[in-house]
Write a protein that binds this ligand. Sequence first.
Ligand code: C2E
Ligand code: MG
Length: 263
Amino acid sequence: SGNFKEGSKKRLQMIDEIRNCMVNDCENFHVKYQPVINIAAGKAVGVEALVRFENDKYGEVLPEDFIPVLEHDFAFEEMGIWLMENAMRDGLKLVAKNPDFLMGLNIAASQFGDSFFVESLKEASDNTGFPMKNICLELSKNCRLLDQELLKEKVAALREMGVKILLDDFGSGFASLEFLKHLPVDLVKFDMQFVENIVESETDRQDLKQLSALAALHGPRVVIKGIETEEMLNIISDSQIDRGQGFFFERPTDIETIVEKYV
Ligand code: C2E
Ligand code: MG
């Protein structure tokens, strides 16, 4: 129990340091990018921006180690705006070469529910010159818990501006399918649990097929994340799935690598 106490104390200390960095112009933060591949064409159609914290003491810290704790802190709001601007600035190099390239931004429920969200996004787009139509908002699964009317209105308003809307972690958590009926979106990205075991499990292969057929029936294109091997990709290529992402193609990397290899 002494170890447990010691461990949680260290963790709190790390969270505190990360939070301080957030309010200090996001020092020690950077953005990594992972390509999203059109499977049939074998070509990148966009990237997903993934935030990283890194310093000498803790090395590279993944978002799941601090976002759940800090999501409701005003410091996180600051980080969100910092991230948008940085990703859009980096993204200019991508849309200059491919005018249809999409920049995927992960959005937590606390961010999307904020009344200034649309305003902040527009401001970042104005400040950087990155077009709204090249932004793809990846709404986290908790966004589905926001007020339904507010959600509908915001999504509609953003799509009106050309922004693409993607439902992340589709199939997990609250009312996924029911949801699609009432909320028109551009893309859905399946939760990783639906692909993890497709090589070993025939049931999982069937589930993936059914779920993608159902999603397609409602309109949006389907993105699969977590493609780690060629075997997984081959199975996925057989179903009606449009886009893929995963370590098999590329791990989250720096913008220069994306520019060199994917646009
Ligand atoms: P996500 O949106 O589901 O992002 C995909 C996660 O899967 C990333 O983890 C990525 O590194 C990982 N991944 C990619 N390919 C593979 C693969 O083939 N196998 C496996 N096992 N994993 C793969 P990451 O970067 O640690 O991000 C975790 C989550 O943190 C994201 O999940 C997203 O929900 C959240 N997140 C990341 N950046 C931001 C951000 O800037 N803002 C907000 N609000 N959330 C963020
Ligand atoms: Mg995502």
